[in-house]
Design a binder for this molecule. Sequence first.
Ligand SMILES: Nc1ncnc2c1ncn2[C@@H]1O[C@H](COP(=O)(O)OP(=O)(O)OP(=O)(O)O)[C@@H](O)[C@H]1O
Length: 278
Amino acid sequence: MSAVLDRIEARLALDAVDSSVDTVAADAEAWVGEARLRVQGVSLDYRSDRGVVRATHQVDFDVLPSERFVLLGASGCGKSSLLKAVGGFVTPAQGRILIDGKPVTGPGPDRIAVFQEFDQLPPWKTVLENVAFPLIASGTATRQAALEQVRDWLSRVGLADFASAYPHQLSGGMKQRVAIARALAMKPRVLLMDEPFAALDALTRRRMQDELLALWEQERFTLLFVTHSIDEALLVGHRVLVLSPHPGRVRAELDAQGLTPAQRAAQSQRIERLLFGE
Ligand SMILES: Nc1ncnc2c1ncn2[C@@H]1O[C@H](COP(=O)(O)OP(=O)(O)OP(=O)(O)O)[C@@H](O)[C@H]1O
């Protein structure tokens, strides 16, 4: 794992030397063996009575193990569609998606998603049952083992005292913590997060971002995170993929790790120019 992190640091050092290079295509081949997730030339179409809507056009990116990778773009640029495609819920019209080198052909317990909506938790199940359900239903753990793991996960997200509460008894932030615990308990190869904090108030959102980063420090999970907030992208991501408006195409891939406040402000302005023009 540390070898991978060393590679990321080496990559960042290289990019610092040539900050005019937006994409990492130049040495992509050297990374092939290490990518946890590969998205190659992915175009996504939706068919309706009114014809075909192209959501993304020939999008490429790689995510390394333990990397936090962010998809950023304006509303309608296809961020959620890309996440759904990685989740196996949408089949690409062009291109392919690989997890650990194997093509994605449908949903699977190796890719678990956390969404923005608070109603992603079945309201008739307690917090404990909500987190245990995927572990037991997928056969990942026996009921006994699942319940032990769940108690551990609830402690890690600060909900040890709420195991027997129902979702309607929780705040929005607490519900998102349950969803995160439920996802991480499955130890997914890639954790998918679709604007998970967008429906929270600003203070809770900021706290949840910090908590997510603290959990990542402990668990080093691989994260694909969707947002339309430049600040959130630069806070959460090691790398940020900026997508153009509808249909989404790759505008740039930027480093966001270890930035000083001045560098972060510069990256933020750069992203604004990419998204909105001069
Ligand atoms: N089920 C669907 N049927 C038809 N068109 C769809 C469907 N889902 C998404 N689209 C279209 O695909 C495009 C991309 O949508 P998507 O939700 O992926 O964008 P997004 O970047 O996640 O937007 P937002 O930030 O508003 O959630 C949009 O034009 C949208 O209208």
